[in-house]
Design a protein around this ligand. Sequence first.
Ligand code: CP
Length: 318
Amino acid sequence: MRTYTNVHDLGDLKAAVREALEVKANRYSYKSLGTDKTLLMVFFNSSLRTRLSTQKAGMNLGMNTMVLDINQGAWKLETERGVIMDGDKPEHILEAIPVMGAYCDVIGVRAFAQFEDKDFDYSETLLNQFIQYSGKPVFSMEAATGHPLQAFADLITIEEYKTKERPKVVLTWAPHPRALPQAVPNSFADFMNEADVEFVITHPEGYELPEQFVRGARVEYDQMKAFEGADFIYAKNWAAFQDPHYGKILSTDRSWTVSGRQMAVTNDARFMHCLPVRRNMIVTDEVIESPRSIVIQEAANREISAQVVIKRMLEANL
Ligand code: CP
């Protein structure tokens, strides 16, 4: 594996989940793979889970790990080509990336959507510059349009907790005070469309996700109807994708907050969220604290999804 940006990079998804469960059972058995190898994690944005779980995954594989926070202690980077650099950014990303590549063997990049230019975001400009110019295997630690390490961990968690062959999985929009990227719901849809599940997306009108990720999945605008008989509820906020509202908040309707009212019509569903979560905006205290909530187990599986991806990159580049 040379890049990891979407579900297709994993190849056979069932085999990837089997590998993940094997890694989870024997996570310290691959230490020789990473001996004298260095993992560099580059963050343009904040993180708790991704930072810790990916570093832990690298350490499980015997790697040295380095973290660079671009906005804390590194030079500010210019990302546009052709700019006269007479402003506050003393280094261009086109020098910075190959320099970073010179110090490591595998690179993880976190670079969220900026909501200033939809084409810039949906071209994955920053992530693709790392892929093009670093000379090293590159994986997304949440980029502008996707969060494939999260979605892989979500799928592993669903596999562990499902009680029927083909569970009903519902992705629901929920309100949030800030405009959030579509990366998590995009990748969740990307994975669920390839998994053996009945997949339903529910959101208020105007929050339609990009077709390249929805791929014909059922979209139900009535949240209660969508929740009926669900085995897994996956809550997430996202800002509008469709023009002319890209990156905007169109609704703060708190009736979409996941509560006991909606959970009552499910098949005693498991509750999932990628975290961090705003309680009583996205989900009530009661639901997230209930025994049906598996948000902590889901976060724990981030270590496993990252370990599978880095392991495959090390194996492919021995
Ligand atoms: N879910 C997730 O990616 O968490 P962090 O933003 O804390 O890394």
